[in-house]
Structure formats: C-alpha cells, structure tokens
Ligand binder design. Sequence first.
Ligand code: MTE
Ligand code: CO
Length: 423
Amino acid sequence: MTEQNGGPKTSRRKFLTSALIAGGSAAAAPFARAASPDPAITEIQPWNQELGFGVDARPYGRPSDYEAHVVRRNVEWLTASTESSVNFTPLHELDGIITPNGLCFERHHGGAAEIDPSKHRLMIHGLVEKPLVFTMEELMQFPRINRIYFLECAANSGMEWKGAQLNGCQFTHGMIHNVMYTGIPLKYLLEQAGVKPNGKWLLAEGADASGMTRSIPMFKALDDCMVAFKMNGEALRVEQGYPLRLIVPGWEGNMWIKWLRRLEVGDEPWHHREETSKYTDLMADGRARRFTWVMDAKSVITNPSPQAPIITGPGPVVLTGVAWSGHGKIKRVDVTLDGGKNWHKARLSGPSLSKSMHRFYFEFEWDGRPLLLQSRAIDETGYVQPTKDELRKIRGVNSIYHNNGIQTWYVNEQGIAENVEIS
Ligand code: MTE
Ligand code: CO
C-alpha cells in the first residue's frame, strides 16, 4: 500500500494546477455511525477474560505491540554505511508538538558513542581568563532551565531540490525533532570561565569517533545556547549525545554538537572541512552562501501523506501537520486542497513557542475527488514559506541544504497520496 523504505521514484508526476478540480469544502460534518452488529462489541475479547501483565513486567515501558510500525527508518541507498548516516522521524505517526525520545531522528558522522558519564568531562579553554574542566556532577550544581526547541538538519528535504523524490513526509521532512531540554544556559559556564574581549567565536567538539567540531559565533553562544543533559524529562538518549549536548536554538542541526566535551574560545571562526565545503549552499550561479545558520520557516502536512493515505473514503478528514521557524514563533499556517487556488487558515493547537514546532489542523469534508495538498507557514517576522520554484530561482538546484520550499501531496480518488510538484 505505502512505501516503507522511501525508495527513489524515477518519475514523480508533475501537475498542472489548472487541471485539477477542487476536491473539498471546508466544513467538516460531525462523525456518526449507525449502530450495527459488530463483533468488537458482541464478542468477549481475550483481554477482557485473562489477567493482564503485572507491574514488574516492563520496568521501562514501551509502546503497544500494535504500534510496532512506528519507528525511525533509514533509506538504505542514501549512504554507504549506517555509522555515517541518518534515519528519519515518523512524522506521519505523531501528533502534538513533542517528539518521543525513541523516535527522534539520528544523524551521526561516526556512529553513536556510548559514553560512561563518570569518565566524561566538559573543558572550556582558549581566550578565557580561567580554563575550566567540569565533571557531570559539577555541571549538576548549576541552575538549570527547560526549553522546547526543534532541531532540523540542514540537509532535511535536501533530496527534493531537483524534484519530488521520496514518497513520505518521514523521508522528505523527517530530519527534525522537537524536544524539551533541561540544561544550563551556556552563558553561565562561559561567564565562569571569563571570555576575553577578543573571544568572538566558540569551537564546540564532540567526543564521538567523528570528533565533530563546529564554530559558533559568541553572540549566539551568549544568547540562547544551552548545554543539555535531559530530553523530555529523562537523560539524553545515547543517539542524541548522552551525557551532554549543545543546544543551538533555531540554527541548523549540525551545530548542535552531541557528546559535547570541549568548548574553545577564539577570535575567528575555525576553518575546517565541514564548514568550508559542506555547510555552504551552492547557488545557481556557482557562488556559495556561507554561514547560513538559521533555519527559515517551513511546514509540512503529515496527514494525509504518502505513508498515511485517507482510508475512510469520502467524508470528514482531519488534515494535520507541523510548522516551525528558526526566527521565532509561527504566526499562521495556510493550507490548500487544490494546489494553491484557494488557501484556508489552519487551526494552530498546542503551545506556541519560539523556535519550536507548532501543530496545525484543518478539518474538511472530502468529496472523493483528487486533492493537491500544500501548507504554507508564516512566522512572526512576517516571512512566508516560499514555493520550491521560488527557492530554485534564487538558489538553483545544486544545493543539498536549507530547502524550506512548500511540499505538495497529490491524493487520488482512492485516498492514496503521492509526492509531486506542481507548476
Ligand atoms: N555531533 C557529533 N558529535 N557528531 C555528529 O555526527 N551530527 C550533527 C549534530 N551533532 C553530529 C553531531 C548533525 S549533522 C545533526 S543534523 C545533529 O547532530 C543530529 O542530531 P540528532 O542525532 O539528535 O538528530
Ligand atoms: Co545534520
């Protein structure tokens, strides 16, 4: 029915908006079903007759076995090895704004490091008055804060630059998660070390095999960066950088160094391979955009979508999705059912927080005719999420990074959805 591996489709259809007949009206009728004999009611089920499992059976809980399909997935042909690879958050299975820890996508350059926290240290040195080394216990003595932020890899939707590729929002948009972090404002630690006046940059380094480093400007480090040790209330998962990771709100995921062990203060950015070649965006004219740190406003409809078709036929449909912006809050999300001829204001539900995911809904009555679904996010700066073609006009198709263009799903009469582009 749906593709589970997001395999490449050679010929995703291109759609002419004018060829589409409007497929829905905006008022959803309340759901009701006439009573009829139903074995789920008339027969006694096993779980109603036998004792359930005891409180000692699952000391660390897990989802119902019936939810076993709700997992992170990788795309095998995308990378040569799973240690330097990525898997994707199953956005089409989630609701609300928080990504459960076990479903947060993973992106590692040298595999996930399993660190003994008693042997982990955080060192701060370079252009500081007093170089410092912290144990995990010492870090627990600092005042801590809780913040909910999205992390989006700059390569999210990167496969889609040249045209519709992967069939499912898990694969087109799943390099994102939204988590509540508990940690220490980085400012507190830097203040204790005493940054010298010429300390304008920070090099953050991970303790994993890739020893990943990124340069972060001091203004950001002193603004809202955090050193976090908890996610959604519990210790960071190994995959997310246990026991310590850097939080760089609103900025590309690559800067959020996991397994954080070293912060070096310098007077200019460090030039290394990651930054000078990979993390720049190549534009249409061959020039490169450098230091594109902030993730611009973006959104995607998660249901219906290729992995989540309409299975109930014509009638009420709950359309939902997520929107986010590295520049602040999401002010509004518009959705269209007909490829942009008519836009409707979606309903935002759940906390509206700066640099966090927002959840939107649009309930409509489906008449069973084909749909071209799109969502468009507008953030509090007034920035409007662009179409893919608008982006390509400025940036060309040579980029991998920072594709925040509007996504289109084509839904046919059977309710099956497909990744397409319209022109
Ligand atoms: N930090 C270290 N030490 N090693 C890494 O490979 N990958 C980076 C960043 N931090 C990486 C890292 C990239 S490219 C991204 S997108 C995010 O971590 C992914 O975070 P996640 O695995 O929690 O999704
Ligand atoms: Co990344």
